[in-house]
Design a protein around this ligand. Structure first.
Ligand code: SF4
Ligand code: SF4
Length: 454
């Protein structure tokens, strides 16, 4: 274990760039045999990791080597889709220059190839136990952006910016770099603005991203926005702009009660949702068709519904599998909440299925099914830079406890200065000023106005 390198990761405030925001230092705290960089970026339309692999392959490799040293990994693999030809070439070149022993694993171009557990299986053939972690089978998986951030951390640079794909119904879909805390609206404006009336925004990809509220859709949205401002955080890699009547928006707006009623009247128990479920195919005891039947008829016997705890929320059942347009994913999320309140634990049984090793659906078919067939890809060789006059930096952008502010209103801060620290003995990561300027507000966020802006 290399403690100095680990300390640099901790100080840099890196929260896993793959979505959940798990502190990177915590993942690297234990020894593991295998380090895997997850470069599959399987959500349709997201391009941020592919851009990083093409343009910052050298930093990615350096970050991977630092991480591998920290955990004492014997094997190092970068997993990408076999269709990422340019990315593979850039990575091979960077690996050759480093002289390191790093393998590239080409995965099938399907969704969800980048699901952490599917990636572990694709690379190693090992199956993460139900309810377990990759570490249980000797693996640590980190995202492309986390590896790049680890390389920057070794040079003393904190995590203060994100590469974000802006796409969907915007004039010029593109890849942008923005300081943490930049308003989402500013990135959309930088992409030429929305091309539809009353646009809605999904943060992340179409499959797993979260829909932002607006004042028009939720009366209490203004208050909610004040509590959780609509800004870029350490875990954001995509902004998808859609019209309000788009199926991806409408499915996210249905109430649980409405979904339960629809499940009762429309679920034909065809079990396609189960047969295509990536976690079911891996052998986990998850059968969404049973959860649908149980929830529809309020039959909450543990053996019928506990499988919901194993749902990765990948959305394949919702966007692709169900012929009736139902949402086993959202029913599972709802059920998971109830089961966690009841402190239920998932079934640990593992059954090898017959279906073979290819899990998932072609990204192209998925994009068409998701209603994104007409959206132009953001793929680009250049990355625009957004230079905001103001940033609003949340003190909690990660799994764990919120940071404690270490600056006060009226203070001038430098770019990269630590402005929020982790409470003693808590899980978390510090936050840093993403621009230099004057601190104008400190509450659950820290607002900084760039010097010279008015
Ligand atoms: S795919 Fe749809 S209709 Fe078929 S069992 Fe699942 S939820 Fe029911
Ligand atoms: S969202 Fe659906 S397909 Fe994905 S893991 Fe959950 S039940 Fe399976």
């Amino acid at each position: 274990m290399k403690t100095a390198e680990l300390a640099k990761v901790k100080e840099a405030g890196i929260a896993g760039g793959g979505g959940a925001g798990f502190p990177a230092w915590k993942k690297l705290e234990r020894q593991a045999e295998w380090l895997i960089i997850n470069g599959a970026e399987c959500e349709p339309f997201l391009q941020s990791d592919q851009y990083l692999m093409r343009r910052q392959a050298e930093e990615l490799v350096q970050g991977m080597l630092a991480a591998a040293q920290i955990i004492g990994a014997l094997k190092k693999t970068i997993a990408i889709k076999r269709t990422y030809v340019q990315e593979e070439a850039a990575l091979k070149e960077a690996i050759a220059r480093s002289g390191a022993d790093i393998a590239i694993k080409l995965l099938e171009p399907v969704y969800p190839a980048g699901d952490e557990q599917v990636t572990v299986h694709g690379v190693t053939g090992r199956i993460v136990p139900p309810g377990g972690l990759p570490l249980d089978v000797g693996c640590v998986v980190i995202s492309v952006s986390t590896a790049v951030a680890i390389a920057q951390a070794q040079k003393g640079q904190p995590s203060i910016a994100r590469i974000v794909t802006v796409g969907g119904y915007v004039k010029q879909p593109q890849i942008l770099q923005a300081p943490i805390g930049t308003a989402v609206s500013q990135l959309i404006a930088a992409a030429g603005g929305a091309t539809c009336a009353t646009p809605r925004v999904i943060m992340g990809g179409p499959m797993m991203g979260r829909l932002l509220e607006t004042e028009a859709t939720a009366p209490e949205a203004a208050a909610r926005q004040a509590a959780a401002p609509q800004v870029i955080t350490k875990t954001d890699s995509g902004i998808l702009v859609l019209p309000p009547n788009h199926p991806l928006v409408q499915s996210r707006e249905q109430s649980v009660e409405h979904m339960r009623k629809r499940a009762r009247s429309a679920c034909v128990q065809c079990r396609v949702c189960t047969d295509l479920c990536p976690r079911f195919v891996l052998g986990h005891a998850i059968e969404p068709h049973k959860v649908m039947r149980a929830v529809a008829y309020s039959d909450f016997r543990r053996e019928l519904v506990a499988g919901a705890l194993l749902c990765s929320e990948c959305g394949l059942c919702e966007v692709f599998s169900c012929p009736m347009g139902l949402s086993p994913r959202r029913i599972n999320i709802w059920m998971k909440g109830l089961l966690r309140e009841a402190k239920a634990s998932p079934c640990k049984e593992l059954k090898r299925r017959e279906a073979g090793d290819v899990i998932g659906v072609s990204a192209r078919r998925l994009a068409i099914r998701a209603g994104l067939g007409r959206c132009i890809s953001a793929r680009s060789e250049s990355c625009g830079e957004v230079v905001p006059r103001q940033v609003v930096i949340p003190l909690k952008q990660h799994t764990g406890a919120p940071c404690v502010p270490s600056v006060t209103v009226g203070e001038t801060v430098q770019e990269g200065q630590c402005i929020g620290t982790v409470p003693p003995d808590a899980l978390g990561v510090p936050v840093h000023a993403s621009i230099g300027g004057l601190v104008t507000a400190v509450n659950h966020c820290i607002t900084i106005e760039r010097e010279g802006s008015s």
